[in-house]
Design a protein around this ligand. Structure first.
Ligand code: T4K
Length: 396
């Protein structure tokens, strides 16, 4: 317990953890199970290009997600790039600015124009009223982002897509395993894209998948995913190498089996944080919105600097010195990232919700490397930082 300024790492005190605690998931199978799977791959001498493990993984994924097609790709960024081609988008695509930069980049790679929508500071999700005001005759699609194990207002987006005749698809990189009214994400809009990056609850180290109930869209994605396609060939404008290897599928199969255990661990950590830090003045927990079951992949807080005593960036810097890697996801909003900023400033628009979120939000560690005892230590530290905020500020 840190009771005086000299106890804090910034003032020469011992950091709360000896080794840096990462922010994200990092759930991996038992080494012996993985070794056995790798042995099988080596015995078969078949390492990639749609081998038996990826076939099995895709079929288990569609069963788990309750969707007809699950098509694995190298990562979610490639998945989003393929999705825009598969849906034959053109012109403008409306998306939230408050997302990982890959969402917007996938549109640039397709020569599409991202139109940035504001987000709701309460839960970080896209603002529907603003979305509707951005639709014009050049708009071909809405690209919704389901953030932090919660979801955007999918129903409202579906209604807008029908009303204006737009395509609708989702970046669900954060959503694997979350449920709306008992239904697992995966079958919303024309397609959804999931990420299996190591920092996600369902991991294949790198990886992702596109899910859809539409046979034609699935055939187009399969025709583009490898240079020469797989399955029924349909006409597509381009192909690429977005393949998924047998080694990724091996990790995926083992992790999918263990997913309920991972999510249940996340939930325990999440609930403990909630119990321990909700009384700290100036910190507001941002709960996963719109779902009745969340994968609890992220623990997100908003910092009100006037009440807490320190701003978000100073708090993150202090936590880092204590070997806690809290992160600002996302900073800055995509409309302020180099590739997009000039175009956005020419538009003369502003996105106050996104700017507020990117100034105030941070994420605390959750996932495989985090125990309940660690949450207690982190929570005590946050209390202590609040109590000593003035003195700590003076140290910067
Ligand atoms: N859409 C959305 C909404 C997304 O959030 C993302 C990705 C995408 C699309 C695209 O998905 P992918 O193409 O990546 O499949 C991370 C991830 O790289 C990225 O997947 C994720 N979202 C984004 C929000 O965060 P970084 O730069 O913060 O990750 P990194 O590598 O710095 O890792 C975070 C922490 O974890 C560090 O403390 C180091 C530690 N770590 C990381 C890895 C990878 C480990 O200890 N071991 C590891 O293997 O981007």
């Amino acid at each position: 317990m840190k009771t005086k300024i000299s106890d804090f790492a910034i003032a020469g005190g011992r950091p709360i953890f000896d080794v840096a605690l990462p922010v994200g998931q990092l759930y991996f199978p038992e080494w012996s199970d993985y070794a056995a799977e790798m042995r099988g791959i080596f015995d078969r001498g078949y390492y990639t290009n749609h081998g038996p493990l990826i076939e099995q993984f895709e079929s288990e994924l569609s069963a788990y997600l309750g969707v007809k097609h699950a098509i694995c790709v190298t990562n979610a960024t490639i998945g989003l790039m393929l999705a825009a081609v598969a849906l034959e988008l053109e012109g403008k695509v409306i998306m939230p600015s408050f997302t990982f930069v890959a969402t917007g980049q996938s549109l640039l790679w397709n020569g599409l124009t991202p139109v940035f929508c504001d987000s709701n500071p309460v839960d970080g999700q896209m603002q529907i009223e603003h979305l509707e005001s951005l639709i014009d005759e050049d708009t071909s699609a809405i690209l919704g982002v389901n953030l932090w194990g919660g979801v955007a207002d999918i129903q409202a987006m579906e209604q807008l897509a029908i009303k204006y005749g737009l395509h609708l698809y989702f970046d669900s990189a954060h959503g694997f395993g979350s449920r709306i009214a008992g239904r697992t994400l995966g079958a919303n809009g024309e397609l959804e894209v999931f990420s299996f990056h190591a920092t996600k609850v369902m991991s294949t180290a790198e990886g992702g998948c596109i899910t859809t109930n539409d046979d034609f869209v699935a055939a187009r994605v399969r025709s583009m995913r490898s240079s020469y396609g797989i399955g029924t060939q349909v006409k597509v404008p381009v192909t690429c190498n977005g393949r998924f290897s047998e080694a990724q599928a091996a990790i995926g199969l083992l992790n999918l089996k263990a997913l309920p255990v991972y999510i249940s661990h996340n939930k325990k950590i999440y609930d403990r944080y909630r119990e321990r830090i909700s009384s700290i003045p100036g910190l507001r927990i941002i709960e996963a919105s719109g779902v009745d079951f969340s994968n609890c992949q992220y623990f997100v807080c908003d910092v009100d600097a006037d009440v807490f005593g320190l701003d978000r960036d100073t708090l993150i810097a202090l936590l880092k010195l204590e070997n806690i890697n809290a992160r600002r996801y996302f900073y800055p909003g995509t409309h302020r990232v180099v590739s997009f900023a000039d175009e956005f400033s020419r538009s003369g628009r502003s996105l106050p919700g996104v700017d507020l979120l990117s100034r105030r939000i941070f994420q605390l560690p959750i996932g495989a490397k985090v125990s309940l005892e660690m949450v207690d230590k982190i929570s005590e530290l946050l209390h202590a930082i609040h109590v000593h905020a003035e003195g700590l500020k003076a140290r910067f």
